[in-house]
Each structure stands twice: as structure tokens, then as C-alpha cells.
Design a protein around this ligand. Structure first.
Ligand SMILES: [Zn+2]
Length: 383
């Protein structure tokens, strides 16, 4: 909101409605009385808001509070209706593209994945649109039941225009992702950087519900981060804050996909690691086919050296931004023992670290890559 901005009555109403929906999203089912107390509105106002939301099917009544037997009026709970609308989530990652249809609570109704291809980006995005249309049809989601279509991509994004400004590893040029998929599906499409969207997910569904300052660290296939400060995602002047992967570790280092030298990512991306495994063992195909082998003894010293670089970068970032928590996500952290080993290595640089300072995201790779839901839901909950 701008610094000086008045609110007319319609905005006040929408703002109150938004506050009630955000509260219900965060806390789950509540009585009207408890809602009124939490948002600081009169019981009559909350009743009016709830009636309107009930009429639109956005919330539903859940009946009496369990176990409460008392005289007088029954305490009816209300909650966001998970079936109100469905979200189409499209997560484009360096190697794999994930498509999922979810309900309002983030429950996955159907999901599919296929390989991300980098040549002919327009043709690839058409394939993504066709797959999304098919999935929506299979899930019986008509346009009026669609919360929205959200697309996340690595690299810089202009969310207002729905344009990917270029990903170093998939397409090296600006691409109107929102228009291409939107024209094909006949609906509006929201586009956001994948890490920003994961951070939004963390705010709405994960550790962000209890902590205001979070550093999100993602590892695999690249490495990146996103900063949640005072409950808000910090974007930076050029929407490029949090590029921990492009933190410089030394002069004349390895050439990075960004064109500079010596970046963290040039050493610890999955591709860089597999190149080093090949140098060390003469062949990396076994490891490429089964990344869990990277947890094995044969490459332990190599992986320790990789994680040491990441630990130094993280430690230096921590001394600048001082978050409540570091939330780790990405498939490299999901490999057997890898997350705990990284924590141990990090601890050697921060011996007083609390054990729960670095935690794993609830949005694991097993979560189905539904981070695009967060931007759609955030848009829905905003007024
Ligand atoms: Zn770089």
C-alpha cells in the first residue's frame, strides 16, 4: 500500500473480508466469536462478512465445537471451503516440469511430470499448456471453478507482465510465458520466480506461519535463496535479491552459467557435482542415474568440500540478515543423510547454532511442487 492512501467503504469491506480469510487460512476452523476477537471487529460485522462468504461458497460451516457440551447457543465453526475452487500449478524446473491440480488447502488432486526441454521454448510451453488442459479436464475443473493458473520458473521474472526474463539453464532469452500459456488455455496466468513462490508458500503454509524472518535455501539442481523479512518477501531493486548461488567465492574461479566467475553455483549445482564425480571416478553415469549415490563414502570428501562452500556462503549471509530460521528445500537436501551432514558442516562455522535454526521445508520434493498455489492463494486472499 502507498504511504498516503485513503480507503473508501468498499475497500474497507474488502480489507475486512481479506483479514477474515487470511485468519481462517492460517488458523483453520474458528467460531465467528473467536474471529471477531482475533481481527478486532464487532460480532455483527463478522456475521455479515461470514454470511456473504457462505453465500459465495468461499467458506463453509463445520458444526459444533467438538467436546464442548454447554447450555446456550451452539458454537458453529467456519472454515475456508477447500472445494471452493481448484488451482492449476505449473512448476518449471531446470530438469523436470511438474503439473498439479490442488484444492484451496493445498491437497493434491492430480499430478504429473515430464522432462523440461530447453530448445524450442515456445513449442515446449505449448506442450505444457496442452498437458495442463488435459489435467484440468481429467479433474473436471471448469473455468468458473478455477482459482487460477500459476507458473513458476527459475531466473528473473517480471510478474506484472508474466514474462520470464531468461533462465540461465533453460532458455537464455526473455519469454512471455504468461501470454503463451494463457492464450493456449484461454485464461489469465500468473508467473513468478520459483524461489519467490516457494517463499510465499512458506509464508502461507509453512514456517512463515510462526516466524517473521526466514531465509529459504534451495539446493538442486541449482542453488538459490529467498528472504522473508518481517513477514514479507524481500525483492530488491531489480527483483533479484537472494541470489546466493551467484555469490562470488574467489577470483578466477569456475565460469558460471551467469557469465561471471567463481560463483557458488558453479561448484555445487547438481551438474557441477556430476562433472566433478566424473573427474574423480572417470564415470558419473551411475551417479547421474541415481543421485542418492552422492550420499555414499566414495564421494564423501567431494560432497563435504561442496557443502563447505555452501556453509561459508550461508554463514556470511546470516551475519547480514539475522533470520529466525533457515528453511532448506530442494532435492539435494532430500538425499539420504545430506541435510544432517550439511547442518554439521554449517555448525563448524557457527558453534552456538540452535539445533532448530536450520530446518527442512514442509514443501519437500514429495510435496508435488505446488508452490505456484501460494501466489494464486495470496492473490485471492489479498483485496
Ligand atoms: Zn553465477
Amino acid at each position: 500500500m502507498k504511504k498516503y492512501q485513503g480507503m473508501n467503504l468498499e475497500n474497507v469491506k474488502n480489507s475486512n473480508q481479506s483479514a477474515v480469510l487470511r485468519l481462517l487460512h492460517n488458523k483453520g476452523a474458528m467460531s465467528r466469536k473467536d474471529i471477531a476477537e482475533a481481527v478486532g471487529l464487532t460480532a455483527a460485522s463478522v456475521t455479515l462478512i461470514c454470511n456473504e462468504l457462505l453465500e459465495k461458497n468461499i467458506i463453509s460451516e463445520l458444526g459444533e465445537v467438538a467436546g464442548e457440551k454447554r447450555a446456550g447457543r451452539k458454537k458453529i465453526l467456519v472454515d475456508i471451503n477447500p472445494e471452493y475452487k481448484k488451482a492449476m500449478c505449473i512448476a518449471i524446473e531446470m530438469d523436470v516440469t511438474y503439473l498439479s491440480v490442488t484444492d484451496m488447502k493445498g491437497r493434491i488432486i492430480s499430478t504429473m511430470e515430464f522432462e523440461t526441454v530447453s530448445d524450442d521454448p515456445e513449442g515446449y510451453l505449448k506442450k505444457v499448456s496442452d498437458a495442463a488442459a488435459r489435467l484440468l479436464w481429467e479433474c473436471d475443473v471448469s473455468k468458473d471453478r478455477l482459482l487460477g493458473v500459476g507458473v513458476t520458473v527459475p531466473g528473473k521474472v517480471d510478474p506484472k507482465l508474466g514474462v520470464s526474463l531468461g533462465t540461465n539453464n533453460i532458455w537464455g532469452r526473455a519469454l512471455p510465458v504468461g501470454d503463451i500459456i494463457g492464450d493456449s488455455l484461454g485464461t489469465e496466468v500468473m508467473v513468478e520466480n520459483n524461489l519467490k513462490s516457494s517463499a510465499q508458500y512458506e509464508i502461507l503454509f509453512g514456517h512463515g506461519r510462526s516466524e517473521r524472518n526466514i531465509f529459504l535455501l534451495k539446493w538442486g539442481p541449482g542453488v538459490g535463496s529467498s528472504m522473508i523479512m518481517d513477514g514479507q518477501i524481500y525483492n530488491g531493486a531489480n527483483n533479484a535479491a537472494g541470489e546466493i548461488g551467484h555469490m562470488t567465492l574467489g577470483k578466477n574461479g569456475r565460469v558460471c552459467s551467469c557469465g561471471r566467475r567463481g560463483c557458488l553455483e558453479a561448484y555445487i549445482s547438481t551438474h557441477a557435482i556430476l562433472d566433478d564425480v566424473k573427474l574423480m571416478l572417470g564415470d558419473a553415469s551411475r551417479y547421474k542415474a541415481d543421485l542418492s549415490l552422492l550420499s555414499g563414502d566414495e564421494v564423501k570428501s567431494l560432497m563435504d568440500e561442496k557443502m563447505d562452500r555452501m556453509a561459508i556462503s550461508l554463514r556470511n549471509s546470516m551475519s547480514l540478515i539475522d533470520p529466525d530460521r533457515v528453511v532448506a528445500l530442494g532435492y539435494m537436501f532430500d538425499l539420504p543423510g545430506m541435510f544432517d551432514r550439511f547442518k554439521d558442516i554449517y555448525k563448524s562455522y557457527d558453534t552456538t547454532m540452535a539445533d532448530d535454526f536450520i530446518v527442512k521445508s514442509e514443501l519437500g520434493t514429495k510435496g508435488g511442487h505446488i508452490e505456484p498455489l501460494a501466489m494464486l492463494l495470496n492473490d485471492f486472499l489479498s483485496y
